[in-house]
Design a protein around this ligand. Structure first.
Ligand code: NAP
Length: 288
């Protein structure tokens, strides 16, 4: 297929690479052009100067940018992809954004004879590099069926959850599961240290029981070591929790722990940890 990929960041770069390696004809766009040139040097394919130019003639246009306003910019902005896409083409948005912007752009796409699928991902940088992401989709069944095999180039699990916006709502559920768990893990590790326990010995036992989690498996050691300069940034998590809280105000969900953890992340930001990994919550507990 002819595919465009917009946004070659930590996630988008390797995801676009998997599409090229799967044999698709890929054109990339990145706002900072040097990243697109580096991508072409590594993977082949072509770079375009604007989303509109990248999207021209493509069957599928994927994006992984920052937040709602960035998704609007690369779709309906002056040089947005929607202006260049051919009738019937499918836009797949991997950005973590609001369900509202997904529904807005789904309707806008439909009016132009295009399709829009919201398809946020989970699995982090390592998942993107290994092609082992979970891709949670919202949108119409027919275009989803067309893009499903394409997304399997980087998705270990690709699923349509429901209509437009359902993919983003599923990602909100994902982030809620993580936020409270990371604080619990931080408190547990903090307690184990204060109790003078042999922390590796504790983890070796409890990670085989009901306390086991991805965060425990992948983050306990770096949390104990106080290393946070990698992974999923606190700034991104606060953006995501902001989206969740907006949605909860609409649907009436009560999220006391998520609201509290969001405030803890604000404290991490105040300490300069904007780009630290989300596991950095433990740094607040050792504040004397
Ligand atoms: P990133 O490394 O900061 O990359 C963001 C990309 O979006 C860059 O290519 C950036 O271009 C581009 N971009 C941002 N705003 C733009 C705009 N207005 N117009 C055009 N391009 C724009 O971020 P990331 O970690 O890949 O995350 C991307 C998305 O995936 C976010 O929504 C994030 O929440 C989500 N996500 C991230 C992870 C993770 O572990 N990192 C996991 C799951 C989901 P420039 O190069 O010019 O800045």
């Amino acid at each position: 297929m002819r595919i465009a990929f917009l946004g070659l960041g930590i996630m988008g770069g390797p995801m676009a690479g998997h599409l090229q390696r799967a044999g698709h004809d890929v054109t990339v766009f990145n706002r900072t052009a040097a990243k697109a040139e580096a991508w072409v040097a590594e993977y082949g394919g072509r770079a375009a100067a604007t989303p509109r130019e990248a999207a021209a003639g493509c069957d599928v246009v994927c994006a992984c940018v920052g937040a709602d306003h960035d998704v609007r910019e690369v779709t309906i902005g002056p040089d947005g992809a929607f202006h260049g896409m051919k009738p019937g083409a499918i836009f797949v948005d991997h950005t973590t954004a609001s369900a509202a912007v997904a529904r807005e752009l789904h309707a806008d796409a439909k009016a132009r004879g295009l399709h829009f699928i919201d398809a946020p991902v989970s699995g982090g940088q390592a998942g993107a590099q290994k092609g082992q992401l979970s891709v949670m989709c919202g949108g119409d069944a027919e275009p989803f069926a067309t893009v499903e095999p394409v997304l399997q180039a980087y998705g270990r699990m690709v699923a349509r959850i429901g209509d437009s916006g359902a993919g983003q709502l599923c990602k909100m559920v994902n982030q809620l599961c993580i936020a409270g768990l990371v604080q619990g893990l931080a408190e547990a590790l903090h307690f184990a240290q204060r109790a003078d326990l042999d922390v590796p010995a504790v983890i070796s036992v409890i990670s085989k029981g009901a306390a086991q989690s991805w965060q425990m498996e992948n983050r306990w050691q770096t949390m104990v070591d106080g290393k946070f300069d990698f992974g999923f940034a606190v700034d991104w998590m606060r953006k995501d929790l902001g989206i969740v809280m907006d949605e909860a105000r609409r649907n009436g969900a009560r999220l006391p722990v998520a609201a509290l953890v969001d405030q803890f992340y604000a404290q991490v930001q105040a300490r300069g940890g904007n780009r630290w990994d989300t596991s950095s919550l433990i740094a607040l507990l050792d504040d004397k």
